[in-house]
Write a protein that binds this ligand. Structure first.
Ligand code: NAD
Ligand code: MG
Length: 395
């Protein structure tokens, strides 16, 4: 019986993984070691009961008494807080999905790599903030990291491992998000509600807004650079409104392999769950005749300045990824809270990167979790300081 854990089980990716486990035999087939959630005690307890989990962890430890109540009468162990999340990641399980959103996913994911486990990684932020640390740790311990982000899963599936040196380019597709066709002058007035509507994918609110700004695609370009060790010049972004082709790999002989599928994260999660085998996932099939046509266009860097920032981050290397990720998270918090405009996010991140570039040690990749978190904290302060400037400008 394979054992699995899901970190961030109560989120959008976590729910999809839960669905896959339930419809493929549930507790009769899977030994579920740990499930974690941020604040949603009721859903976490429900999932833990349904899968017969051994441990349930709520990240907000003030909610631990509520979790204990919700699990009363079961043998499921309850725990709370950031340290308990790391301990959940540390528990031996054959497969651990990291589906926590943001830099909070870094420490638990790193722990799985440290113990040489199999880490299915949806949490792209940990590769952006600490790619060399995470990949270096996995190389040292023999841990396996499997991509779960749909584009990276697609690249992984199209890669001809015997001909890596013949890869000319990988192309990551982007739906273009909520504002793909908006007039540019309207973007400054975009509301949080408008940015939270994705044309194709149903996802958590943060990644949905990041899709509208293309910060999600910027994170994914850096993620591809870290995961596949490709230079920025070999990673292209293509707008593809239908979200059917997830990525393509082009080779020196002129051939391009593409991965297609309906926009449903259960494909990428299921691929990682059963890897290296392919098993039926009970999902709807692609019907290309019904779709009729697929369209593509080059991304406009005026509409989506985040894309140029991603290339700048890769060119800088060192601490730039940690700074970029944290500044982006701060700018997103500020946009969601109504403190800055949609179009203030990219300049805020740009200025946090410029501030960091002037600090000692910026050129070296952070080699410990503590070092990553130092850059992260400072970058949030720098991005928040920019908020004051933007606020004055807007007043
Ligand atoms: P979500 O917001 O729906 O869920 C996030 C999960 O993390 C929830 O369980 C939440 O409770 C938990 N969480 C939030 N803050 C936390 C904290 N501080 N400490 C511990 N746990 C915390 O997010 P999502 O859309 O499921 O995305 C999860 C990750 O997967 C993100 O890194 C995202 O970029 C990536 N991803 C998501 C999708 C998608 O379709 N949703 C696709 C590709 C990649
Ligand atoms: Mg993606």
């Amino acid at each position: 019986m394979r054992s699995v854990s899901i970190l961030g089980a109560t989120g959008s990716v976590g729910e999809s993984a839960f669905d896959l486990l339930m419809q493929s035999g549930g507790p009769a087939r899977w030994r579920v070691v740990a499930l974690t959630g941020g604040r949603n005690v009721a859903r976490l307890a429900q999932m833990a009961r349904a899968l017969g989990a051994e441990l349930a962890v709520i990240a907000d430890d003030t909610l631990l008494p509520a979790l204990r109540d919700a699990l009363a009468g079961t043998e499921i162990e309850a725990a709370g807080g950031a340290q308990a999340l790391i301990e959940a990641a540390d528990r031996p399980a054959d497969w651990v999905l990291s589906a926590i959103v943001g830099a909070a996913g870094l420490a638990p994911g790193l722990r799985v790599a440290e113990r040489g486990g199999v880490l299915a990684l949806a949490n792209k932020e940990s590769l952006v903030a600490a790619g060399p640390l995470l990949m270096g740790t996995a190389a040292r311990t023999g841990a396996t990291i499997l991509p779960v982000d749909s584009e990276h899963s697609a690249i992984f599936q199209c890669l001809d491992r015997n001909n890596i040196e013949a890869v000319e380019r990988v192309t990551i597709t982007a739906s273009g998000g909520a504002f793909r066709d908006w007039p540019l002058e309207r973007l400054a007035h975009a509301t949080v509600a408008e940015a939270s509507c994705h044309p194709n994918w149903t996802m958590g609110q943060r990644i949905t807004i990041d899709s509208a700004s293309m910060f999600n695609k910027a994170l994914e370009v850096i993620e591809a650079h870290e995961f596949f060790a490709l230079p920025a010049g070999r990673i292209a972004v293509l707008v593809h409104p239908e979200s059917i082709v997830h990525a393509m790999v082009s080779y020196a002989d002129g051939g391009t392999l593409a991965h297609l599928g309906p926009p449903d994260m259960r494909h990428a999660i299921g691929h990682a769950l059963h890897w290296p085998r392919r098993e039926p996932l009970g999902l709807p099939r692609l019907d290309l005749a019904a779709l009729g046509s697929l369209t593509f266009r080059a991304p406009c860097e005026t509409r989506w300045p985040a894309l140029a920032l991603a290339r700048q981050v890769i060119a800088s290397g060192g601490a730039a990824g940690a700074v970029f990720n944290a500044a982006k998270e701060q700018a997103l918090d500020d946009f969601i809270a109504g403190r800055i405009r949609f179009t203030d996010m990219a300049p805020a991140v740009d200025r946090a990167l410029a501030a960091a570039a002037g600090r000692a040690g910026f050129g070296a990749s952070p080699d410990s979790l503590a070092a990553v978190l130092d850059w992260d904290r400072q970058a949030r302060r720098d991005a928040a300081a920019v908020r004051g400037v933007a606020g004055q400008g807007a007043a």
